[in-house]
Design a protein around this ligand. Structure first.
Ligand code: FES
Length: 145
């Protein structure tokens, strides 16, 4: 963990980093995108869900939104991850790891490290849907209400 990690468990007390608090309390990119954005959904090991929406132009992410159905840590993770995505190619987006999300939050408590993995899994599902749509755009007619 980096020098700037502020998630410290000292004497049983958890100290949350400023970055974590900022993203958890005033999340960026929270919400959904209308079609034709790609949407991916993932379920975490805890059973919580996250939806990720991507608008892609010329192979790069131009807009990302997320909708968490889980804990405060997923909110912070989705906020950081969608911020990291802006302007990245899909290939670069796919290389983002849960550790990178956690690092930008100044660390996560051990029992919430899977929340970063959930955010990354939702991103990967959205990228997968983007590629599937490009191959068979007609399928959208049957997949959504
Ligand atoms: Fe379930 Fe954070 S995603 S506890």
């Amino acid at each position: 963990m980096s020098e700037q990690a502020h998630h410290e468990e000292t004497g049983g007390r958890l100290v949350l980093s400023d970055a974590f608090m900022e993203h958890a309390l005033t999340p960026r990119n929270l919400g959904v995108l209308p079609e034709p954005a790609a949407m991916g959904q993932a379920k975490g090991t805890c059973g919580d869900l996250m939806e990720m929406y991507l608008r892609v132009e010329d192979g790069a992410v131009v807009t990302a939104r997320f909708l968490p159905h889980g804990c405060m840590h997923t909110v912070a993770c989705g906020s950081v991850l969608t911020g990291q995505l802006e302007g990245l190619t899909l290939e670069q987006a796919l290389s983002i790891t849960p550790d990178q999300v956690e690092e930008d939050l100044g660390g996560l408590p051990r029992e919430h490290r899977h929340c970063a993995a959930l955010a990354v899994a939702a991103l990967r599902a959205a990228v997968r849907e983007h590629y599937q749509d490009r191959r068979s755009p007609w399928k959208r007619l049957y997949q959504r209400d």
